[in-house]
Design a protein around this ligand. Structure first.
Ligand code: ATP
Length: 231
């Protein structure tokens, strides 16, 4: 579903990506680990079409991603570290607004079903999002992503700053989304979480992707050791 071919990115003279190859198939959760500045966010921003590559390409369902192209934008949803929502709108209103922007008009029952699926407590549906915790905002972000009906989900440090319970709830949602056939790419610093939700894990260092392996073949302890040896 998501295919990244020999992707490079220069910021001026600085080469942030040095030829990344990676695919994320339906039902996969690919976790990108790596130190600050390794190139994880650049990879995600290129995949989303927020940036143009210096060379190489990204394909979503076989269609090349180009900045501003609605075809590929519709096939993807993005969950950033902090989901940007309108604080003076309720959860339902935010979901309705962003769904309409993506071309979907849902009735109240459907909006509720999406929020329930994202595990938001019913009592929060009609509350202003300005009062929400980070974990609750992430859940609304997931509901928006599911409502968009996007097959590919890209997440940039989605559990950073979440407490252990919120992280666990978020991880459960990610697993459910992958089991329902989404292809998911996550940039994260959380090695334990990567082992728990990832199907494959890769470590980035200085713009290169190294040590891609199935998550089932590593323990958190061995991955931490490999990570420290790599970065
Ligand atoms: P972090 O974990 O801190 O988010 P990252 O792995 O996501 O790091 P990137 O944000 O992709 O790393 O950055 C990769 C490199 O590119 C870094 O050296 C960064 O300073 C540089 N970089 C990123 N964005 C720009 C930009 N707009 N202009 C110049 N350099 C940039």
């Amino acid at each position: 579903m998501l295919q990244i071919d020999n992707l490079t990115k220069y910021y001026g003279d600085y080469q942030a990506l040095k030829g990344i190859d990676l695919t994320v198939d339906q039902g996969e959760v690919f976790c990108l680990l790596g130190q600050n500045g390794a190139g994880k966010s650049t990879t995600i921003n290129l995949a989303l079409g927020f940036l143009s590559p210096s060379s190489g390409r990204v394909l979503v369902n076989g269609v090349e991603v180009k900045p501003g192209d609605d075809r590929t934008r519709r096939m993807m949803a993005y969950i950033p570290e902090v989901v940007m929502l309108y604080g003076k709108l309720t959860a339902i209103e935010n979901l309705d607004y962003f769904s309409r922007l993506a071309g979907f008009r849902y009735g109240r029952k459907e909006l509720e079903a999406l929020l329930l699926e994202a595990d938001l407590q019913e009592g929060a549906f009609d509350r202003y999002v300005g009062s929400f915790s980070k974990g609750m905002r992430q859940k609304v972000g997931i509901a928006i992503a599911v409502g968009k009906n996007a097959g590919v989900l890209l997440m940039d440090e989605p559990t950073s700053g979440l407490d252990p319970r919120a992280t666990e709830e978020f991880s459960l949602l990610v697993r459910q989304l992958s089991q329902r056939g989404r292809a998911i790419l996550i940039a994260t610093h959380d090695i334990f979480n990567a082992v728990s939700i990832g199907t494959r894990i890769g470590i980035m260092r200085s713009g290169e992707l190294l040590h891609v392996q199935p998550a089932s073949e590593v323990s958190a302890e061995s991955l931490l050791k490999l990570y420290l040896e790599t970065v």
